[in-house]
Design a protein around this ligand. Structure first.
Ligand code: DLZ
Length: 155
């Protein structure tokens, strides 16, 4: 199980995002959580000078992979997937989490544009609140930082 850790997000140290076009695909399920994730991502992108942030909505986290695949066809510099899956009483949680994880991994392996994994997979709503702008930071902000770093990756 992941321990409750506050990440070391240092926005100052990130490269500039000026000139980048970033598509952010956001799931509507658990909307108050995913809105917090989007706000965190948007703030970091704007702080680093990105003026081309495009937001796309999908119904739930399961649809993030399709949304990201479509976004990739528009040739952005990076795509960020933001969703929140909260464990319920059935195995549905595991199936959705695995499908999204593998789907986004496949998009990264098969393509040449980074797709960032900003999916919260929590046992409770309190855990999701803590990670979407609460006591444990904002995983959307961290996803945006990863997107900038990966878009600027030079090898
Ligand atoms: C159906 C469902 C359930 C039970 N829970 C969540 C959730 O916690 N987070 C989320 O993003 N989506 C959930 N969904 C919706 C599925 O992701 C998907 O949208 C539907 O199964 C339709 O394909």
């Amino acid at each position: 199980m992941a321990t409750a850790q506050h990440s070391e997000l240092n926005v100052e140290k990130l490269p500039s995002a000026e000139g980048l076009r970033i598509v952010v695909v956001v799931a509507d399920w658990n909307a108050s959580i995913t809105e917090g994730l989007f706000k965190g991502a948007e703030a970091v992108l704007q702080q680093k000078g990105c003026t081309a942030i495009e937001r796309v909505s999908v119904p739930g986290s399961f649809e993030l992979v399709f949304g990201c695949a479509k976004a990739l066809k528009t040739n952005p510099d990076a795509v960020i997937a933001l969703g929140s899956v909260i464990r319920g009483e059935t195995a549905h949680f595991d199936y959705v989490c695995q499908a999204v994880t593998h789907g986004i991994k496949d998009l990264n392996v098969l393509g040449n544009i980074p797709v960032i994994f900003g999916l919260l997979t929590d046992d409770t709503q309190q855990q999701a609140i803590a990670r979407s702008g609460g006591a444990l930071g904002n995983k959307g902000a961290e996803a945006a930082a990863a997107a900038i770093q990966m878009a600027k990756l030079s090898i």
